[in-house]
Design a protein around this ligand. Structure first.
Ligand SMILES: C[S@@+](CC[C@H](N)C(=O)[O-])C[C@H]1O[C@@H](n2cnc3c(N)ncnc32)[C@H](O)[C@@H]1O
Length: 301
């Protein structure tokens, strides 16, 4: 049986990888790591985001770089399609050369906005009988929540993950209808841009609580309140935003204790009760986890 395994290696910190992922990376005949390059130019490319974590845990001899147009904002561009085809051809060639297990490392989780899904489809079309598997990874949103002391959800709260490349209207709707909203791809040029995103957060009364994290676990890491980004320099592609739903105190979002935005934007707003009050005075830099655990005082989430 030939196996292609998408392995989540976490957002950047080499310690945020599972034991299973390490075992699969060490046991694979070949480990492919994506790098930002054109096919054929992999050797000169900057170290890939997943690559550093893979190198920290697996022998260099079996690691092979594979080119992807990772930041390309233009959809299925000729460059991107060519990169998918070349990557799949390289994986198929590894199988032809005798590999039984090929691993493909991906940042975060391979099931979330990962190049792995495109690769797997193309390999299946090209190489035929290949079993596709994945090993889950810790996502950037989990790392940012942990690092900023953010509790993502409590009780009946909803959590939505949105690529900000989906556009301003999608973000406005998510902010109106859901409690915790996580925005990926904040730095992509295909999205509305940082100032537009901050404007929408402000209109929804959710700017003061939003937290921003860029290049988590990587050189140049930057974690701070999102409002500090206003009017500043462009943010990196690896940038994530979290804004959590309003909480009026300990257990306020348990079933029967408060409103749920999921009933609809208008009702949800009404059901939030002391939303304005609970948001006041909270900065993104403090530990929400600590405040939540204390069960009172500032009425934090
Ligand atoms: C193509 S998606 C990959 C998501 C990844 N598979 C996951 O499970 O987290 C890229 C987006 O993930 C987020 N991201 C991934 N790694 C990150 C990191 N180290 N720091 C901040 N954001 C990161 C950013 O929002 C970035 O634009």
């Amino acid at each position: 049986m030939r196996r292609l395994i998408g392995v989540g290696v976490g957002p950047g910190d080499p310690e945020l990888i599972t034991i299973k992922a390490i075992r699969v990376l060490r046991g694979a005949d070949q480990v492919f790591v994506p790098v930002l390059a054109r096919p054929g130019e992999e050797d000169g490319a900057e170290e890939g985001r997943a690559e550093a974590t893979v190198r920290a845990h697996a022998g260099a001899a079996r690691i092979r770089r594979i080119a992807f147009a990772l930041n390309d904002p233009g959809g299925v561009t000729p460059g991107r399609a060519a990169a998918w085809d070349a990557a799949a051809a390289a994986v198929a060639a590894a199988f032809t050369a005798g590999a039984r297990t090929v691993a493909f490392a991906t940042i975060g989780d391979p099931a979330i906005y990962s190049t792995f899904s495109y690769l797997a489809r193309t390999v299946t079309a090209l190489a035929g009988d290949v079993t596709i598997e994945t090993v889950p990874g810790i996502t950037a949103l989990q790392d940012l929540a942990a690092r900023s002391g953010t509790i993502l959800t409590e009780g009946t709260e909803s959590l939505v993950l949105l690529p900000l490349t989906a556009g301003a209207d999608a973000l406005a709707e998510a902010l109106a209808r859901h409690d915790t909203v996580v925005g990926y791809k904040l730095g992509s040029t295909a999205g509305p841009g940082v100032d537009a995103v901050l404007g929408l957060l402000g209109e929804a009364g959710r700017l003061d609580d939003a937290v921003f994290g860029a290049r988590l676990g990587l050189p140049g890491e930057d974690i701070r309140p999102a409002k500090e980004l206003a009017g500043g320099a462009p943010v990196p592609y690896l940038s994530t935003l979290i804004t959590v739903g309003a909480r009026a105190g300990r257990g306020s979002r348990l079933r029967g204790a408060g409103g749920s935005r999921l009933r609809g934007a208008g009702e949800g707003d009404a059901g939030d009760g002391g939303a304005g009050e609970s948001r006041a005075g909270r900065g993104a830099s403090g530990s929400r986890a600590d405040r939540g655990a204390s069960g009172g005082g500032d009425g934090s989430r």
